[in-house]
Design a binder for this molecule. Structure first.
Ligand code: AMP
Length: 231
């Protein structure tokens, strides 16, 4: 399943809820890149400057990172892609990657296991996105997300669960957000159109409480899964 939407639309928050519910992993390219930055890999060094300016990391790098992650055994039953694909070449790569995985399986199995992608776009107005991004704080220990305006922790600056000091992402400032929105409109909006045209696509209003958005995504999933042709 793909979760599409602008920075701050709630892709990560929703992916975490759905991951627990469907017992499939959330694969966030932003998290994978930040993990590379934290551990000082070559990829991380390359990504750091681009990310701090709201620019995308190049398609080839991100595609190979995703390809590697998809080989992990926890992704065998399915996965939620959060923040990928973000460009048309990434979407084309994913379409081909899944088609070739499907044909390999079809040769080996009586029932194909790779089902077509389900894409859900979470839509949120610009001002709300800005408030979510600039207010976002994350726990470095458990990755839980808070918002100083709408969902503050019990003690300011401290994770309710882990007691760790909350962090603000360096790209969650107003200036970098404006750049990220420009990049989103130029490069990711066409990806959303790509999946809209392809079908198995739904849009949900993300300008609602988290649980209402989750319920809307699950309703969309039920409708989309109803389109699956029985094997
Ligand atoms: P996110 O955590 O999804 O908001 O991503 C943070 C930043 O990581 C983005 O602004 C990009 O710089 C980079 N990034 C994440 N996913 C991708 C992707 N699919 N393609 C290129 N760059 C990405």
């Amino acid at each position: 399943m793909l979760l599409l939407g602008a920075p701050g639309a709630g892709k990560g928050t929703q992916a975490q809820v759905l991951m627990a519910e469907f017992a499939i992993p959330q694969i966030s390219t932003g998290d994978l890149l930040r993990a590379n930055i934290a551990s000082g890999t070559e990829l991380g060094l390359k990504a750091k400057g681009l990310m701090s300016q709201g620019q995308f990391v190049d398609d080839e790098t991100v595609n190979s990172m995703v390809a590697e992650r998809l080989t992990h055994s926890d992704a065998a039953r399915g996965y939620i892609l959060d923040g990928f694909p973000r460009t048309l070449p990434q979407a084309d790569w994913l379409d081909q990657h899944l088609a070739s995985a499907g044909s390999t399986q079809e040769a080996a199995l009586p029932v194909p296991l790779v089902l077509p992608v389900i894409a859900v776009s979470i839509n949120v107005a610009y001002d709300q996105l800005l408030q979510r991004i600039t207010g976002r704080r994350t726990c470095p220990a458990c990755n839980r997300s808070y918002n100083v305006y709408s969902q503050p922790p019990l003690k300011p600056g401290i994770c309710d669960v882990e007691g760790a000091a909350l962090q603000q992402r360096p790209d969650d400032t107003e200036a970098v957000f404006a750049e990220r929105m420009k990049t989103f409109n130029a490069q990711t909006a066409p990806v959303i159109d790509h999946y809209r045209r392809k079908g198995r696509f739904e849009e949900v209003d993300g300008d609602q409480p988290v649980e209402v958005v989750t319920a809307a995504i699950k309703a969309a999933l039920r409708r989309l899964r109803g389109q699956e042709v029985p094997a």
